[in-house]
Design a protein around this ligand. Sequence first.
Ligand SMILES: Cc1cc2nc3c(=O)[nH]c(=O)nc-3n(C[C@H](O)[C@H](O)[C@H](O)COP(=O)(O)O)c2cc1C
Length: 194
Amino acid sequence: MRLVPKGAPMTTSILVVYATTEGQTAKVARFVTDELRLAGAEVDCLEAGTADPRPEEYDAIIVAASVHASAFQRPVEQWVRRHAAALRQRPTLFLAVCLAVLQRDPKVQAELQQIVGRFSQKTGWTPAEVQFIPGALRYSAYGWLTRLVMKRIAARAGGDTDTSRDHEYTDWAEVRVMTLGFLAALREGAPTMP
Ligand SMILES: Cc1cc2nc3c(=O)[nH]c(=O)nc-3n(C[C@H](O)[C@H](O)[C@H](O)COP(=O)(O)O)c2cc1C
């Protein structure tokens, strides 16, 4: 089920599939979609679990999901596992939204790589390119217990502990650069394949 109409032969069609728990990855997926469309690509942006798009119908696929308790959302894992064979045949980019990327500690960075490694093992898909994107502390979206836990984690990691408001760390200029870089590589025919 491809939603965008078939365009001119030179048009690049891209599927963006995302999973989100508190909404930041949905915001990233929408931003990426808008940037790609502005640059002339045809884009379908769908939330995993609400639809089952077929990667075969697109030139390239961007998957975006966020890290919670060292894992990505189950619906995105299930979609990727179902379509791993097709994803392996296409240029792909995995946007991993998290907070640990803000910590410079090499041990923390190694843990992030392990989280993606476990995701690859479970799904059978090794993304050609992975970008870790700083997400947000959305205190307003948490229940009281999660708010308390996240405040403690933030305090230990040197993050923001004012729970009366949300804190966004996503660098939109950086997301724009990586999105347009991916599109440029696709158009040059030097896309990222595993
Ligand atoms: C309960 C909970 C657990 C989290 N666990 C991790 C984690 O293990 N590693 C990490 O880097 N970030 C973790 N985060 C931070 C999220 O990845 C970050 O808030 C991200 O922006 C969430 O994206 P979303 O709003 O799309 O769900 C956690 C956040 C929450 C609320």
